[in-house]
Design a protein around this ligand. Structure first.
Ligand code: GN1
Ligand code: MG
Length: 327
């Protein structure tokens, strides 16, 4: 009997049991998105080996478990790609941060994770999704979709498109910083939602940083940004009733203070100064990604109903608005 774990938009993750009754995590990889499972496995092996060699790294490491044939992934007869990971007992994934304590634990865990990987050469990792945070490229793809209007959905979203356009200067600014070399290339996690830090059910303490599939070369701004995007709003990213959406200032302060306590000593001045720009950038990028997928006919993210991606895009744009008003 397998039970669904987490609520990822890309892969499918289950709790499973081996013949001896021992639990493990079983995951089907979405190979339309992660096109090179061998590169994915190789990145994970390098990252986990490196983390194990850092004596001060305090957390469990989600090292892939060998499949029956000894490899770290397996393609079944139907072409589906499967992997196994250890199951960390008595933990939970906080899909939405409930309080300051959870924010502190998760932010510290990501800060410690980035600090541990600080000397890992980013160019040894393959870009598992090329151009993942190349927002200019994503913008071009969006324009191509708008021009082709493949799902016939452009007419209804003029307002959202205009709002998004207002964030293009910010996207340009980050792109300039990246291209000029002002932001150092670092190994970053690239999916720093709260639910990717497992917390102990009893103590509330962080146990493991998981989901290393998008850990690759990038800028620390996106990891900080995705924390703000996912920890700080008062509602989930697909809440429709936007009157409930506000910026949880206590959580923002706690996550920023905690993250800087771990990383402030080695971040450059440019990085420190641009952390909040990074947050706005990543939220704008996420709005762009959701809106693009909606206009493209929902090809990327799992959706539960027809305008799910539009609801998500509106939510992210509303979050940007709330940050402008409330901060
Ligand atoms: C996807 O599936 P999940 O929740 O781990 C996406 C992230 C997005 C997120 C939006 C590989 O992550 O980049 O920020 O959805 N992962 C990929 O909720 O595209
Ligand atoms: Mg993920």
């Amino acid at each position: 009997m397998n039970f669904k774990l987490g609520n990822g938009h890309i892969n499918d993750t289950y709790l499973a049991y081996d013949d001896g009754g021992q639990p493990y995590v079983l995951q089907r990889v979405n190979t339309t998105i992660f096109k090179d499972p061998a590169a994915l496995a190789s990145n994970l092996e390098k990252l986990c080996t490196y983390l194990r060699s850092v004596p001060s790294y305090p957390y469990q490491i989600p090292t892939p478990l060998p499949m029956p044939d000894g490899r770290f992934y397996n393609i079944d007869d139907e072409g589906q790609c499967w992997r196994r990971f250890p199951y960390f007992e008595n933990t939970y994934a906080p899909e939405r941060v409930k309080n300051v304590e959870e924010a502190v634990e998760a932010a510290r865990a990501y800060g410690v994770f980035l600090t541990a990987l600080r000397d890992f050469p980013a160019n040894e990792l393959t870009d598992t999704i090329p151009g993942f945070h190349d927002t200019m490229k994503r913008w071009e793809q969006y324009e191509t979709i708008v021009a082709a209007n493949p799902a016939g959905r452009c007419q209804g979203v003029q307002h959202e498109m205009n709002t998004l356009l207002g964030y293009k200067p910010l996207i340009n600014h980050i792109d300039t910083l990246k291209r000029s070399g002002a932001l150092p290339l670092r190994v970053t996690h690239n999916d720093t939602k709260a639910g990717n830090v497992l917390l102990d059910k009893t103590s509330g303490k962080a146990v493991a940083v998981i989901d290393l599939d998008t850990a690759m070369g990038g800028t620390v701004l996106s990891d900080f940004g995705d924390m703000v995007r996912t920890f700080v709003p008062s509602v989930y990213e697909d809440e429709k009733d936007l009157s409930k959406l506000y910026v949880r200032q206590d959580i923002l302060k706690a996550l920023t203070d905690t993250f800087l306590a771990e990383t402030g000593a080695w971040l450059t001045e440019t990085e420190r100064e641009n952390l909040m720009n990074g947050a706005r950038w990543i939220i704008a990028e996420q709005a762009l990604r959701f809106l693009s997928d909606y206009l493209n006919g929902d090809k990327y993210y799992k959706t539960a109903y027809p305008d799910h991606n539009l609801v998500r895009a509106r939510n992210q744009l509303a979050l940007l608005g709330a940050m402008e008003r409330e901060l």
